[in-house]
Design a protein around this ligand. Sequence first.
Ligand code: PAF
Length: 280
Amino acid sequence: MNIVNTIQEVREQVKKWRMEGLTVGLVPTMGYLHEGHKSLIDRAVAENDRVVVSVFVNPMQFGPSEDLESYPRDMDRDAALCEDAGASLIFHPEPSEMYHDDFSSFVDMNTLTGGLCGKTRPIHFRGVCTVVAKLFHIVTPDKAYFGQKDAQQLAVIRHMVSDLDFGVEIVGCPIIREEDGLAKSSRNTYLNPQERQAALVLSRSLKLGKQMMDSGEKDTKAVISAIRSEIEKEPLAKIDYVEIVDWNTLEPVETVEGPVLTAIAVYIGKTRLIDNFIKQ
Ligand code: PAF
């Protein structure tokens, strides 16, 4: 497995693979890889001849008061995980390689990005779409892999690919959880032991919501209210949002019908965590 830092090196490698008739999968990441990322890489390795993992903490998707500087980084560990999982190449660029001094073109979206995480992170999805579009141009993958934990991101990327005719198949992969239910996230490392325990309220409250829907509750207000009450019992938790939306449009719905996404964002201390489930 090689680690390269420049766009040109990625292009040269992918060109060679293409000349051999090989297929290429891409797993875009911001590094500090965990079992969730590993599940994406495993799937990509199973479905493609060669797999590129990008490791890039993308400054463009962080707001001014967010955790860009403190975002955890460990390239040696990431490289070992990618190698073990069977990835072929890591693309680990510097910000200056991705964004030259007079960079001024962005991929923005009028739908899907205003609600849920977009409300408190207004510039986030513009940064995500722009970097992912660039990665698609650089790597030209056949398939790209994204986790369902960032459900809104997955929906936004699918929409971008359809709008802009990227010839890449987007593969959404299930949420990977700790044994006690906490969804795996690089940001879990910010939690102290007390907060780590408190963070279980996310998966616990969603479980409650899912049970209600599975037993036939169709009124989304009732489900949202039960989820909120469960979260409010936890003193260290502060709700950012609890929403139930149509899984295709991401617009709020009053009735559970068709595929709906129940998504929550909750601050545990200073750490903002997200989780969700989709009811088909
Ligand atoms: O999900 C992430 O880690 C990031 O948003 C992504 C897709 C790698 C873009 O920077």
